[in-house]
Design a protein. Structure first.
Length: 455
């Protein structure tokens, strides 16, 4: 090979200007369907991750450099069936493809800018030479529209990281520019898992009926997404019974997300700062993922079933509509509705008894708008949206099979059921509340007229 003359082995990273003379083909993908894990056929071996509703970027080996080609460009992303958004992303989708490599790999990443404004790429959490850190103006000139820049660095430590622009950041991240970056350990036996899922959280503010996120929104987003998808558009996390499973979650929204998983506890084993020491690993069922951070947690898939996994902020498991609607719980709106219907014949009062009715209701909505509460399970409407998916644990799934196995078949007698016998009225305490006596509290004030001091 013509590149062997570079003699890079064992040296510090030298500029690859000669080797970078030819650029690898940019692989573009335009579907939000989950790609099967990208098993490496060149370079060192590793156990690839699975990107929810996404894919991993192929590379080419050039001497001992692993070369990738990212293209920053406007994309159309299906947020969930029935709604598309006009975002900015990489290589045809938002988020961009996951970049996977192995600790010690020499990486050369070409970044072509097809956006209408300049950009850069910051490698969040990676230890890179300062001039490769991607902070526009501070560590490099911006990548102007139409230009291609080259980033070269060694993958120095394994873990879970992200990439995103560090140029007009508020706009570019609000438009969906981000991706996951996984560096696999040099030793494939280190912290091994059977299934390894990754996704990055983003939030969007897209008015019902429109396509482009409002980029000035600070906190009041209306779409809370995993890999730019919302429930019911998020892939299930399909696991084989007994598998050791890792879930890597990054947060590039403007607020924290307590990620909660039903069924079995998990342990956070890695952050974007590195692997968590054994002695610091505690079992949990919820882990908070702060803004600008990654958390990877692991569990043994030992309980079969359809287990919910979701952000525990309940507004984040809702889709866009009006989150600013008034609360009407307890209000009888019958008369009011009659009056309003004289003016607006379709008027439907909402929420006198809560909002569950919305989950089953097919309300007329503007085009390109998802219901606020949606999704049907085998027992009825799930009334979810946003950051929600299902960990589907099944016996008899093949290794490497991520196809949705459908609804869980519960063993007979293991589903909550209706009681149909007589129900007596609950016993309520009818006596008016009384002020507790001093004796009940048994407060002893030194020297005061406490009972002990009365003679
Ligand atoms: Cu959340």
């Amino acid at each position: 090979m013509g590149y062997s003359a570079l003699a890079l082995a064992g040296t510090a990273l030298v500029s690859g200007r000669t080797a970078a003379a030819s650029i690898p083909e940019a692989v573009i993908r335009e579907t939000p369907a989950m790609a099967p894990p990208l098993v490496p056929n060149t370079g060192r071996e590793y156990n690839p991750v699975v990107t929810l509703n996404g894919w991993s970027l192929p590379w080419r080996m050039n001497g001992d450099w692993k070369e990738f080609h990212l293209v920053a460009e406007p994309v159309v992303r299906e947020i969930a069936p029935g709604m598309k958004a006009h975002l900015w992303g990489y290589n045809g989708q938002s988020p961009g493809p996951t970049i996977e490599c192995v600790e010690g790999d020499k990486l050369r990443i070409f970044v072509t800018n097809k956006l209408p404004e300049h950009t850069t790429v910051h490698w969040h959490g990676l230890i890179v030479p300062n001039g490769m850190d991607g902070v526009g103006g501070l560590t490099q000139p911006h990548i102007k529209p139409g230009k291609t820049f080259v980033y070269e660095f060694e993958a120095r430590r394994s873990g879970t990281f992200m990439y995103h622009p560090h140029a007009d950041e508020m706009v570019q991240m609000a438009m969906g520019m981000m991706g996951s970056f996984v560096i696999h350990p040099r030793d494939a036996k280190f912290q091994p898992v059977d299934r390894d899922f990754v996704f990055v959280m983003a939030s969007y503010d897209i008015d019902p009926g429109s396509y482009v996120p409002k980029v000035m929104t600070m906190t009041d987003f209306n779409l809370w997404a995993w890999n730019s998808r919302v429930f019911p558009g998020i892939d299930p996390l399909v696991c084989r019974l007994g598998d050791r499973v890792r879930v890597r979650v990054g947060n590039l929204t403007m607020t924290n997300h307590p990620i909660h998983k039903h069924g079995m506890p998990f342990t956070v084993t890695c952050t974007d700062g590195g692997w968590t020491p054994e002695s610091a690993r505690i079992p949990e069922v919820t882990t908070d993922v702060p803004v600008g951070a990654m958390r990877a947690f692991e569990f043994i898939a030992e309980e079969p079933g359809d287990w919910a996994i979701h952000c525990h902020k309940s507004h984040h498991t809702m889709n866009a509509m009006g989150h600013d609607v008034k609360t009407f719980i307890g209000v009888d709106k019958k008369d009011l509705a009659k009056t309003i219907r004289k003016l607006v014949p379709d008027y439907m009062p909402m929420g006198s008894n809560g909002m569950a009715e919305m989950g089953a209701m097919e309300m007329p909505m503007p085009d390109n708008t998802l219901p606020m509460m949606t999704g049907f399970g085998q027992f009825g409407p799930m009334e979810m949206g946003g950051m929600f998916s299902v960990v589907k644990i099944r016996d008899g799934i093949a290794r490497g099979d991520y196809k949705d196995p459908g609804d869980y078949k519960h063993p007979p007698g293991s589903v909550a059921y209706e009681y149909t016998g007589p129900v007596s009225e609950p016993v309520r305490k009818t006596q008016a509340p009384t002020t507790p006596s001093k004796a009940e509290f048994n407060v002893v004030k030194p020297g005061a007229n406490s009972p002990q001091h009365k003679h």
